[in-house]
Ligand binder design. Structure first.
Ligand SMILES: [Zn+2]
Length: 82
């Protein structure tokens, strides 16, 4: 992930969708459009022990990814915004 996390001249960090490369709007370190953010710390029982993987997906790419799932994602409705 080369592009995400890069700080531009105005001090705002740039975040991109790892799948389509679309830049996600970040203002003052806050993501201004919703995106899927994944962080995975691989452990001892994987072939990636000690590796931390991180990626972002825009909503469109997230939809594309989950549409390939055999078992759909678990969706829960929040009763209040936290
Ligand atoms: Zn995307």
């Amino acid at each position: 992930m080369k592009r995400a996390g890069k700080v531009n001249k105005s001090g705002a960090s740039k975040l991109c969708c790892n799948s389509c490369g679309k830049s996600l709007r970040v203002e003052n370190g806050i993501l201004m459009e919703d995106a899927f953010e994944a962080t995975k710390e691989w452990g001892y029982f994987s072939g990636r022990d000690m590796e931390v993987h991180r990626f972002n997906l825009c909503e469109e790419c997230y939809d594309k990814m989950v549409s390939q799932f055999l078992i759909p994602v678990e969706v829960r409705r929040k009763t209040e915004v936290l």
